[in-house]
Design a protein around this ligand. Structure first.
Ligand code: UT7
Length: 324
């Protein structure tokens, strides 16, 4: 028998305010046409004033608990992947714990920028497989609108706010690729590329929050090369191949990266869950948002094989293979 981390529930939350591409035309030398053509983004959500990452995360967590028919008292742990926490500390995860009224267990944040949810899933899986926790809530939540330089057209039109949550529970499998749950994980980072995507402020360096800076073309090149590779490695680790995949649920940064990765994996676009047009790039929130929306649309079904892949600042990248 093999312990597997199996999905029990999923949910998401998007802030009320929807910002179409056309809104940027008033203040920037840009156009709806350019943003759609170069990124696939049509609109994004922005958090309201006073609405924080922990508020978004807690709303997504409540939706996931409802989906699973569980209470917060049923959870052993909460992991939040975020690069835009409410405060430097305490963690967003403990704030979510408090908002849910959960007083047992433990909660902590993981920061791997856009790869954060992949890293968080891998860590939740390790906690479950090693017997340190049975039921773990994994959340990706971001308010990237708070770290945009609104004069930089090459970045501020790309990002959005949101949160998604997944509940994983320990279950026994037979150790084969037919098991439900997380079947393999593959994580990488390479700090030599730290200057390709970063925030130019922080606690220890400047004492400020800073703004996002990105060398888009360079990140794009790394993304196309590294995402198909990590997905392939994760499938190999699970003893599976591209032919077994029902859904790719990629980080939603750019439709052109998503298309190129699917092509490299030899999979058609009708097997890719897409939310980039409606959400923009929500960093660590983009994959759990896409998983939740994909379930709501009736795309992802119990028993299907899902491959998740993401890359972001660090560079940090990786993938997870799981049977829903
Ligand atoms: O989530 C973490 C991972 N991040 C990513 O995966 C993002 C990866 N990168 C990308 O998605 C793309 O590189 C971008 C969407 C950021 C940019 O697309 P691109 O095709 O690489 O465009 P570019 O940066 O080469 O820019 C082409 C032109 C430039 O003008 P010149 O130098 O050719 O005259 C830019 O100044 O487009 C210009 N440009 C814009 N024009 C209108 C840049 N931003 C805009 C804009 N509106 N918003």
């Amino acid at each position: 028998m093999t312990t597997r981390a199996v999905v029990e529930g999923v949910g998401h939350y998007l802030p009320e305010r929807v910002v179409p591409n056309s809104e940027f035309e008033a203040t920037l030398d840009t156009s709806d046409e350019w943003i759609r053509a170069r990124s696939g983004i049509e609109r994004r959500h922005f958090a309201a004033e006073g609405e924080t990452t922990s508020d978004l995360a807690a709303a997504a967590a409540r939706a996931a608990l409802q989906d699973a028919g569980l209470a917060a008292s049923d959870l052993d742990a909460i992991i939040v992947a975020t690069s835009t926490p409410d405060l430097t500390f305490p963690s967003v995860a403990t704030m979510v714990q408090e908002q849910l009224g959960m007083t047992q267990g433990f909660a902590f944040d993981i920061q791997a920028v856009c790869a954060g949810f992949v890293y968080a899933l891998a860590n939740a899986n390790a906690l479950i497989v090693s017997g340190q926790a049975r039921r773990v809530m994994v959340i990706g939540a971001e308010t990237f609108s708070r770290i945009m330089d609104w004069t930089d057209r090459s970045t501020c039109v790309l990002f959005g706010d949101g949160a998604g949550a997944l509940i994983l529970n320990a279950a026994e499998g037979d150790g084969s690729g037919a098991d439900r749950g997380i079947l393999s994980t593959d994580l990488h980072s390479d700090g030599r590329f730290r200057d390709l995507l970063y925030v130019d402020g922080g606690v220890s360096k400047t004492g400020t929050t800073g703004h996002l800076r990105m060398m888009g073309k360079e990140v794009f090149r790394h993304a196309v090369e590294k995402l198909a590779e990590t997905a392939h490695t994760a499938l190999e680790k699970a003893g599976l191949s591209g032919a077994d995949v029902d859904w790719i649920v990629p980080h939603q940064a750019n439709i052109r990266i998503i298309t190129a990765t699917a092509k490299k994996m030899g999979l058609p676009m009708d097997r890719v869950v897409l939310t980039v047009a409606d959400h923009g790039n929500t960093s660590a929130a983009s994959i759990p948002l896409a998983l939740s929306v994909g379930c709501q649309r009736g795309q992802i079904k119990t028993g299907q094989l899902v491959v998740i892949e993401a890359i972001g600042g660090g560079l940090a990248w990786g993938s997870v293979v799981l049977r829903w």
